[in-house]
Design a protein around this ligand. Structure first.
Ligand SMILES: NC(=O)c1ccc[n+]([C@@H]2O[C@H](COP(=O)([O-])OP(=O)(O)OC[C@H]3O[C@@H](n4cnc5c(N)ncnc54)[C@H](O)[C@@H]3O)[C@@H](O)[C@H]2O)c1
Length: 320
């Protein structure tokens, strides 16, 4: 398990699988992918090609080459010589349980196995593996080839060494691993995003605001601060010289006010139309690919800014 990782298997080559592949290739690794959907290889290669320009802007490792991506026609062949397997199949518990058991049966004994699940428990996902000790959650963020965060979550049977090795591997491909201390559904970041997302849906549902107005509230307000200081340190400053203690004293009572609902509204057809149409209006005819290019260019500059303003440790969380 401690040998160096040279060959990565990507199982499931959709949005996230292609993102992992691009990141690994850019770091000079060999990548073998598998996805049973017809046309998956061509789509994956196109996604990797789209990611290459921003990756090149960030700096490619020696030997980095899109040609080092191979596509297998079988799962067993895909993982047979892997040092690290990253599973990115659809977010369905039974499907992932079966797939992880198949990966476990076909991958070399030393290979680490990670799942990109957005919030399913690793103990549950490992239920059918013979060696559940090698499974970790490695939950990334889209676009995986640019965003550094990856949440690592251990299941009840995960070996400590698997967490350590996964953390070292993700660091070696330019990421910021965050080891989640307890195994909980939704982990950390998706719990936070989900809370905001539920409230945003309520605001649209109750006709308080359009999707564009809610996005503006994030873009020009809280989002700008979050990208540098997250939620706690941002509020620490909201208390002035008194810091977080004063902030809690002053705004603590508001926590009892009915500002948030926290339970999601019913996804009625009317709400789905309002949200989806709102996003189409905001996109104003720009394709997903055009929007991705704009997002990637912005993220590259933003990452530079975060590094510039947290030079001590390239941001918080390094102590974990
Ligand atoms: N999209 C995101 O923003 C995001 C972020 C973090 C994590 N995730 C997680 O990553 C995983 C993949 O999500 P996605 O957004 O890439 O989905 P996606 O639908 O884009 O891709 C899933 C891919 O898995 C393939 N697949 C289906 N059955 C398979 C099988 N048996 N073996 C191998 N591949 C199979 C599909 O053909 C498809 O190409 C999910 O667990 C999701 O929760 C998604």
């Amino acid at each position: 398990m401690s040998r160096s990782i040279k060959r990565v298997a990507i199982v499931g080559a959709g949005v996230i699988g292609a993102g992992w592949a691009a990141r690994c290739l850019a770091h000079g690794l060999d990548v073998v992918a598998f996805d049973p959907l017809p046309g998956a290889e061509a789509r994956m290669r196109a996604s990797v090609a789209n990611a290459w320009r921003p990756l090149a802007q960030r700096g490619l490792a020696a030997g980095a080459d899109q040609a080092r991506l191979k596509f297998s026609s079988s799962l067993a062949e895909c993982v047979a010589e892997a040092d690290f397997v990253q599973e990115n199949a659809p977010e369905r518990e039974a499907l992932k349980q079966g797939l992880l058991a198949d990966i476990d049966a076909a991958a070399p004994a030393h290979a680490l196995v990670a799942t990109s699940t957005s919030g399913l428990l690793p103990t549950v996902l490992a239920a059918r593996m013979i060696d559940p000790g090698r499974l970790v959650v490695g939950h990334p963020f889209n676009p995986v080839y640019l965003l550094p965060l990856v949440e690592i979550v251990a299941g009840e049977k995960t070996r400590r060494e698997s967490v350590t090795s996964a953390k070292a591997f993700y660091k070696s491909i330019g990421m910021r691993p965050l080891v989640v201390r307890k195994e909980i559904e939704g982990f950390i970041a998706d719990r936070l995003m989900e809370a905001l997302w539920r409230e945003a849906l309520w605001l649209v549902n109750d006709k308080v605001a359009t999707t564009e107005e809610i996005d503006a509230a994030v873009i020009y307000g809280c989002g700008l601060r979050w990208s540098l200081m997250g939620t706690f340190l941002t509020f620490h400053l909201a208390g002035g010289e008194g810091g977080m203690r004063h902030m809690l004293h002053q705004f603590g009572p508001a926590l009892k006010l009915p500002w948030t609902k926290l339970v999601a509204p019913e996804l009625t057809d009317a709400l789905i139309d309002r949200v989806a149409d709102g996003c189409e209006d905001q996109a104003a005819g720009r394709s997903i690919q055009q929007l991705e290019q704009r997002r990637d260019a912005f993220l590259i500059e933003l990452l530079g800014l975060v590094q510039k303003y947290w030079p001590e440790a390239e941001g918080l969380g390094e102590r974990i």
